[in-house]
Design a protein around this ligand. Structure first.
Ligand code: COA
Length: 165
């Protein structure tokens, strides 16, 4: 099933995705949990759009933007790290639809060989979502992230094009 679609992020949507990224229910699951200022956000965007390895995308359903996805391709390898978050007002189930649509885009439009995800150990939703989407757990980095005074382990997930139908 692939409901909705993924398309390039527009500059006019930067403030919207910043408000999603800074929402407590999103930011607490990110590797960097500080509030991001608009100035920092614009600088990040201006650098990313100039970089052909970075793909900044919006997932939309029935004409409404529902989430943000970021693929970072490692040079010529066709291997990418991904990150994503749903709009804090998105209904439950959007994560699955966003994932299906984004991975179709990754393997069909971008012709990637592999997508890799890194998830903080307490992010049960994202771990469940990766498994549901067909990712394999490839390892765990023990106490690899230090956030808000606490060490957290990071789970590594990978999905090959050959495993995506
Ligand atoms: C991760 C995120 C996209 C999931 O969105 P969602 O709409 O809740 O996802 P879905 O409802 O489609 O759930 C997908 C799967 O995740 C898992 N899941 C969802 N909620 C869960 C929960 N409370 N506990 C454990 N697993 C859960 C389940 O495996 C679920 O599949 P199922 O409903 O068939 O059992 C969303 O919560 C989000 O944006 N979180 C903040 C940002 C983030 O964590 N990004 C990922 C960083 S690695």
């Amino acid at each position: 099933m692939d409901k909705g679609n993924v398309r390039k992020l527009k500059r006019s949507e930067l403030e919207m995705i910043l408000s999603w990224r800074n929402h407590p229910n999103v930011r607490r699951y990110m590797f960097s949990q500080e509030i991001i200022t608009l100035d920092e956000h614009l600088k990040w965007y201006d650098t990313a759009v100039e970089n052909s390895c970075k793909h900044l995308l919006i997932y939309e359903l029935d004409g409404t933007s529902q989430g943000f996805i970021n693929f970072s391709v490692v040079k010529e390898s066709k291997i990418a790290d991904w990150g994503f978050y749903a709009s804090p007002t998105a209904s439950k189930g959007i994560g699955t639809l966003l994932g299906l649509s984004a991975l179709n885009y990754a393997f069909k439009e971008m012709a990637l060989h592999k997508v890799c995800g890194q998830v903080l150990a307490f992010n049960q939703k994202s771990m469940g979502l990766h498994r549901k989407l067909g990712f394999k757990e490839e390892g765990m980095l023990r106490e690899q992230s230090f956030t808000a005074g606490v060490y957290h382990s990071i789970y590594l997930y990978g999905l090959l094009a050959s495993e995506w139908t």
